[in-house]
Design a protein around this ligand. Sequence first.
Ligand code: PHE
Length: 445
Amino acid sequence: MAMSREAFGSRLGFILAAAGSAIGLGNMWRFSYQASEGGGAAFVLLYIAMTLLLGIPLLLAEFSLGRSARLGPVGALRQIGGRHWSRLGYIFTAAGLLILAYYSVIAGWTLRYALESLTGQLPADAGAHFGAIAAGNSAVGYHLFFMLLTIGIVMAGVRAGIERASLLLMPMLFLILLGLAIWAATLPGATAGYLKYLQPNVEDFLNPDVWRAAAAQAFFSLSLGMGAMLTFASYLSRDVNAPQAGTLVALTDFSVAFIAGLVVFPVIFSFALQSAVGASTVGALFIALPTAFSAMGPVGQAVGTFFFVALAVGAITSAISLLEVVTIWLIDEWQMNRKPAAALAGLTITALGIWPALNTDALGLMDKIAGELLLVFGTLMLAILVGWKAKSEMQAELEHGASTFWAAQVPRILAVLRWFVPPVVLVVLVFSARETWQMMLDFFG
Ligand code: PHE
């Protein structure tokens, strides 16, 4: 166990770090392709519902586990659930390892696009461009670069690295997106995009895959089911109003995704990019937006630069939390110091990421296995642990530091975690397992 454990310097620092973990490529890259693929507005509405009904209770479950144990996932689950539950911590650590391996590749595309926008080198045919750069040696290079940045920040530690980076970068990201959304509203033909995004089709609600995708997106976007939020909460002072902080983080994360949609959908429809977006799922954002930006000339160059810089910033603060889960395992369980632990974890992930950097289908498969199935499984287990096994302790933990209003909500939130979350997530897990299996057959078959 680490001797003197670091802590966040302020409540705001924690909220920004947790929001920084939540807000990332998931809000833009993943949200926009899931929304355009899976039923548009119906998906968006279900995603809101899932964020409120599943996301907030699960986020608070992670907060309570981390803050009461003051350990990373493996140690916290062992302390609260007993020896068997510590195995779940290993699954969390593995999920962090696998997610960051491909997440960093996408972040690498983002860095490349930021650079190419800045220097005016984004070609008009973004579809062909994406096809050329998505996989291969240069994708490996940008992935490596992104990982080195992330490793550097995590080596610096919670106060110096994570908190300071979040304090500065998260507000900047929000402002850039807001500006882009206002700009997008002025595009000719934006209305068709808003309709697709905001006017639901009744049939889409009857499709269980839209429900599965919405729940999985809520988990990925809130960084749930692999202990990232648990780990951040282990540095949190017990005086902080955790239910309020969690609700704030969830609403901020949702707002960023929603505003990202207000940028992406008008652009797609204004520039008639529907078929380009439909053709490649993982690349949708990276095909649609550069096409629009480069069609706009010098203005597009500036807007594109801002957009991809903002996206890279969001990706870094999320990547930090993924690497932190693996690093804290080495610190807490293997008594390593922070710097070598971050380096060892980071370099292992860098090596793992070479595969998705060389093969875009492998990237999609890893997103399905680690970014969806493992997270869905993880949230189910968390709901069972906090809703059933450790309910009274976790209730006391969440009430500690909460205002009267929020303390009164805690029993309700735990009731949702106990009765509502497990059955719903179990159904999601079944559909998700079926899809993952199908994807594996396609990939290896
Ligand atoms: N929530 C992050 C995003 O939306 C990704 C992430 C998932 C981070 C799981 C940590 C854990 O980009």
